[in-house]
Design a protein around this ligand. Structure first.
Ligand SMILES: [Zn+2]
Length: 80
């Protein structure tokens, strides 16, 4: 049973405050995101697995389902 996972997340650029709704990939995390306005390349903050967790309104789908995010951590399954 999949609980409802939101796939739309609004990313807000920390540099220019430009907000853009993006669709998150279900099975992967997005590590880099380029702001379409100021072209700053955003990277996740420490402890976050992807840019959606750091700058988006919703966390990425694996985090919403409370799974460990294996796509970006080589030591998958180690909870913080
Ligand atoms: Zn920006």
């Amino acid at each position: 049973m999949m609980s409802a996972v939101k796939l739309q997340s609004i990313i807000t650029c920390p540099k220019c405050a430009h907000a853009k709704e993006e669709t998150m990939p279900v099975d992967a995390c997005q590590w880099c995101y380029e702001c379409e306005r100021c072209h700053a390349v955003l990277k996740p903050k420490a402890g976050d697995c992807c840019v959606f967790c750091s700058y988006g309104t919703e966390r990425c789908p694996p985090m919403q389902q409370q799974q460990s995010c294996s796509c970006c951590s080589p030591t998958a399954g180690t909870p913080r």
